[in-house]
Design a protein around this ligand. Structure first.
Ligand code: PEP
Ligand code: MG
Length: 755
């Protein structure tokens, strides 16, 4: 793309051509000539959506007889792929792409390189703009961005000229009115009922080419000022029960809002001839391309923050009405959105917000963490959500069952209400068990601890009356921060955790970052790993970057001043790793003592057994341990070679498989013989049947998700362990026994509660 002046000139000329009184075809022809000239490309072609097909409507460089002859369906060829995915393609050698479809009538065989972008109007792809070159070459980011800007302007001009019928586009399926069940991923557990409220009526930018850049700059300036003011207010208004992780999240969000680099890029767009709205959108589009394909959840979350801010800014600058939050919820509502920014969620009236359904969303997303802190059920990854639901539809959100029921039939509604009532009744029942011990009918006391990682998890300690925190995932604080959390912030969090626990034990796990829990400020190599779960993570990374471990150790030691600190290391594969990590902590402890700084009175050290190989040398490690904690989430995936996150392997990833249980029994027996307490801290222990199996192989300590404490306690209190242990020993000794079936049958016979 030419420099700002040239860009402005191009946009102005595009505008003039489209506004002139002449035939449609001649307008489009002139547009391709202008684009080819400005981008110095040998071919520039415009494909437009006609009767559901992408039709070559004008070209400069391809054979003219192909115009209105070459037609491609969505998903067909490179052009169809761009339209289907609504993302650009940039290829040095077009024919190497698996979707390449050769069209002889175009004469395109001479051209090797290809770049194309979708022409999008009202969130629908209405065409494709493509350029081609004879020489194989990759187009750089600036060129692709320029193409996108032109496509955005074209979208408006084409629609204004009536060249595509965006409303009646055959790509859009007719709106449903019948009941539907949309599956999704449970991100925050719970159930909610209300009417569907769209978070954001999408704003259509109708004016992309500016008349006066100074006017646009002034509009942008005042919009920025207003947006920043609004965000400042929101941050100061955020009302939560106590301090929390949302502090870190909102700080990060604020940092983006005040980012001068972002503002400068929007100004560049205005310099290039765009209106303020179009310039904001152009920067957002460029960002989407850069980050859109990133698999790193942290980067994707950053993108959502930016999208959130871009939308907010466009709404302000265009004076169009705000989000549903601005209009105010007036009845019980379930919020519908592609994604939500953390600050946007905070704007809603919690009294009426009964649930949230998102097309995107992930477990570690900021909005998820906030929704959890607010106690609002959240269902994510709901495919085609905004197509299947209409504003005002009655909906039932059942995050527990992983589904959103839209326009539910009466029978579904009745069953939903029944399950909601049951859920409340069960909660009340578990609540009654709160002060009773987790003791089996034959007198075995099971220690039930809970897992935590966020400040917002802490109230659950008193609510469940758990015996302590058996796993505190310290990396969560690192994951929600934009920068490495400073010592002060770490100490403050650990202190809050210890204070909430009172006399109860808290076992802190040193950071398990790296691999799929990547944090950008630590990513020194920037390499993508083939197998992140088995990659550069946890203790491996901590030992290589020992400064990080030492700093964390210091924060933990200081936070535990005057009391016993329980500390464990994740992913220990060999005894020397444990020894080295422990030495780093001991060194910090000695330095604090020498400097007279108050610190932990005593330290108890543990290792997590997650790597199967460690079991083979456990005899060497046990004498050095104060406790052992088995991370069955990772251990199981490594034992069975079945990725814990892959839904296709859900059947293979079986905690009650004989191999897993036999393996665990070996470990438990060995630890018992060495008199080292052993606990299970993976999700396995939070499921009543699996927890029963663990008790049957001798486990007496579990650390589980807070919501499971009630159900597991109810199970323990209805079980007779002695006969179960004998039966389990038999099952494991008899080839081919289906442990799940046998155990379920025995539990039913004994009347053990498993719900
Ligand atoms: C585990 O792997 O079982 C575990 C508790 O650690 P995480 O789930 O955090 O990997
Ligand atoms: Mg693990």
């Amino acid at each position: 793309m030419p420099a700002a002046g040239g860009a402005r000139e191009l946009l102005r000329r595009l505008h003039d051509v489209m506004a002139a009184r002449q035939s449609t075809q001649s307008k489009l022809d002139q547009v391709t000539v202008l684009i080819a000239g400005a981008l110095e490309s040998e071919v520039a072609s415009i494909y437009l959506l006609r009767d559901g097909m992408l039709e070559l409507s004008a070209t400069r460089g391809l054979k003219q007889q192909a115009v209105h002859v070459t037609r491609l369906a969505f998903g067909q060829g490179l052009v169809g792929t761009i339209a289907e995915t609504r993302s650009p393609l940039n290829l040095a050698e077009a024919s190497t792409h698996p979707r390449f479809a050769y069209r002889p009538e175009t004469g395109e065989e001479r051209f090797h390189s290809f770049a194309g972008v979708p022409i999008i109007r009202r969130e629908q792809c209405v065409g494709v703009l493509a350029v081609q070159h004879v020489q194989p070459r990759d187009y750089d980011d600036v060129e692709i961005e320029a193409l996108q800007t032109v496509a955005m302007v074209l979208a408006e001009l084409i629609a204004a000229a009536g060249l595509v019928d965006t409303e009646a586009s055959s790509a859009r399926p007719p709106r449903e009115t019948s009941p539907a069940r949309l599956p999704g991923l449970k991100l925050v557990d719970g159930m909610g009922r209300g009417v569907a409220v769209f978070h954001e009526p999408r704003i259509v930018i109708t004016n992309t080419v500016a008349d006066d850049a100074d006017v646009e700059r002034a509009r942008l300036k005042s919009a920025f000022a207003r947006m920043r003011e609004e965000i400042d207010q929101m941050v100061s208004r955020a009302d939560f029960a106590g301090p929390g992780d949302h502090d870190d999240i909102l700080e990060t969000y604020k940092m983006f809002a005040f980012d001068e680099g972002w503002a400068r890029r929007i100004h560049d767009g205005i310099d290039g001839g765009l209106t303020a709205e179009a310039a904001i959108e152009a920067v957002a589009q460029a960002q989407r391309i850069k980050l859109g394909s990133a698999s790193d959840p942290y980067l994707r979350e950053r993108m959502h923050d930016l999208e959130d801010l871009s939308n907010r800014l466009i709404r302000i600058v265009s004076g169009q009405s705000g989000t549903a939050a601005k209009l105010g919820l007036t009845q019980d509502s379930v919020l519908i959105a592609r994604n939500l920014g953390p600050a946007e969620l905070l704007e809603y009236d919690r009294r009426y917000l009964k649930g949230i359904a998102l097309e995107d969303g992930s477990l570690t997303a900021h909005v998820t963490i906030l929704a959890r802190a607010m106690g609002v059920p959240l269902l994510g990854r709901v495919k085609d959500l905004r197509m299947a639901v209409a504003e005002g539809d009655p909906v039932l959100l059942d995050a527990t069952a992983g589904a959103l029921f839209v326009r539910p039939a009466q029978a579904v509604l009745v069953s939903f209400e029944e399950r909601t009532a049951l859920r409340l009744a069960k909660q009340a029942e578990f609540e009654k068990l709160k002060d009773l011990p987790a003791e089996s009918l034959d007198g075995v006391r099971i220690k039930l601890m809970m897992n935590a990682g966020l400040r917002s998890d802490l109230p659950a300690l008193d609510m469940t009356n758990a015996d302590g925190i058996g796993l505190f995932r310290t990396e969560f604080q690192f994951l929600v921060s934009a920068t490495l959390p400073r010592k002060g912030r770490q100490v403050a969090l650990y202190r809050d955790v210890l204070q909430a626990a009172g006399d109860r034990t808290v076992i802190f796990r040193t950071v398990d970052i790296g691999g799929d829990k990547a944090v950008p400020y630590m990513d020194e190599r920037g390499e993508r790993e083939e197998n992140p779960a088995m990659g550069w993570r946890a203790l491996r990374l901590a030992l290589a970057r020992s400064g990080l471990l030492a700093a964390q150790a210091r924060a933990l030691l200081e936070a535990a001043a005057g009391r016993t600190l329980h500390l464990m290391f994740p992913m220990v594969a060999e005894p020397w790793e444990y020894a080295e990590a422990r030495a780093i902590v001991e060194d910090r402890r000695a330095r604090l003592a020498a400097a007279g700084i108050p610190h932990a009175a005593d330290v108890r050290y543990g290792a997590m057994l997650e790597v199967p190989a460690l079991a083979m040398v456990l005899d060497e490690l046990l004498p050095k341990l104060d406790f052992l904690s088995v991370g069955t989430n990772d251990l199981t995936q490594f034992l069975l070679a079945a990725d814990r996150g892959n839904p296709r392997l859900a059947d293979r990833y079986d905690w009650l498989s004989r191999s897993v249980l036999k393996f665990l029994k070996l470990v438990v027996d060995q630890a018992a013989a060495a008199d080292v307490p052993v606990s299970i801290c993976g999700e396995m222990g939070g499921r009543p049947l699996e927890a029963l199996a663990l008790m049957a192989i001798g486990v007496e300590r579990l650390s589980i998700t807070p919501a499971a404490v009630g159900p597991v306690k109810a199970m323990v209190r209805t079980a007779q362990l002695k006969p179960l242990r004998a039966a389990m020993a038999d099952w494991l000794a008899t080839p081919g026994v289906d442990v799940r079936r046998e155990l379920s049958a025995m539990a039913a016979a004994q009347g053990i509660r498993l719900d």
